[in-house]
Write a protein that binds this ligand. Structure first.
Ligand code: ATP
Ligand code: MG
Length: 278
């Protein structure tokens, strides 16, 4: 098989019949660096979680899945021409959105009410697109008008509609299972018939912020089901790493790797209601 692309997490290969084999590695990235070592089973957990979600969302948007792969970490999918916009929906304010809001009261050009704090629930979910930055660079927020300039008015409206519908359905299902989906990023592309199709991964802890609902308290950073242990450790004095130094981060200690793995497993099991079997 021909290797066609390696992203931060996934590797893509072209199959003999013109399809793609997408293999999710155990690589974990934080602050735009790929870290060492990987998180055991992460690729398989995220692939299986995405498959579960694709199925829940199939009446909202078609997806790229053709078949499960031979391994739990891989899927066979249709090649898409990816939209060069990161499609983000936010139901809660935090992270980059919060930083932008604090500067000017808007997120990706959407004006928000005053007085919101870290973790606040928004009056309604909003579409906050950003650029797709190349490896090692940061995605920048863009306005809806910039999306229109990039893909045209009709496609932009579709991107917004689909992104918000995926977020809304995902957040509803997760909430029944005690998880808040604060925000999520989806990747859409055009299939060979020109239909907008959901690709990549969907509603995983890598592409979304999952918060345990019973721990939600606006006004501080929220506990989360993702690589929070990794980020917290990297920023702690223990790691000895200076984020602004430009140096690569140090190797993750085993207990941080293990706790992160448990967090991914817990997210999988809570959302799908089934134990992860690999
Ligand atoms: P990106 O910002 O491009 O997503 P990444 O490092 O997060 O970078 P990975 O998730 O590691 O990327 O790699 C997956 C890559 O495959 C992405 O570039 C994604 O756009 C692309 N991709 C996913 N599904 C498809 C598909 N069906 N057809 C073509 N490309 C796809
Ligand atoms: Mg990706």
């Amino acid at each position: 098989m021909k290797h066609v692309h390696s992203g931060k997490v996934r590797d893509l290969y072209e199959t003999e019949d013109g399809l793609l084999l997408m293999v999710a590695s155990d690589r974990v990235s934080a602050f735009d660096h790929v870290l060492e070592p990987g998180i055991p089973d992460k690729g398989a957990i995220l692939t299986q979680m995405s498959l579960w979600w694709f199925d829940q969302l199939k009446d909202i948007v078609p997806n790229h899945i053709v078949a499960k792969g031979d391994e739990a970490r891989s899927v066979v999918c249709r090649p898409l021409t990816m939209v060069q916009v990161e499609c983000v929906a936010r139901g809660y304010l935090t992270g980059g959105g919060l930083a932008e809001y604090r500067e000017g009261g808007t997120v990706s050009g959407v004006r928000l009410p005053e007085g919101l704090e870290d973790g606040s629930r928004l009056p309604e979910p909003i579409f906050t697109p950003s650029t797709k930055a190349p490896l090692g660079q940061h995605d920048e927020p863009i306005s809806y008008d910039q999306v229109v300039a990039e893909v045209g008015a009709e496609a932009a409206a579709e991107l917004r509609r689909i992104t918000l519908a995926v977020y809304t359905r995902g957040a509803e299902i997760a909430r029944e299972r005690g998880i808040i989906v604060a925000d999520t990023k989806i990747e859409l592309g055009w299939d060979s018939d020109g239909a907008l199709t959901l690709g990549d991964e969907v509603l995983t802890p890598d592409s979304s912020r999952f918060w345990p609902a019973d721990g939600w308290r606006p006004g501080r950073s929220q506990p989360s089901f993702d690589k929070q242990f990794v980020r917290d450790w990297l920023l702690s004095p223990e790691s000895g790493w200076d984020k602004t130094s430009g140096n690569p981060p140090p190797r993750l200690p085993d207990p941080i790797v293990e706790r992160t793995r448990e967090r991914y497993l817990e997210a999988y099991e809570r959302i799908t209601g089934a134990p992860f079997s690999g």
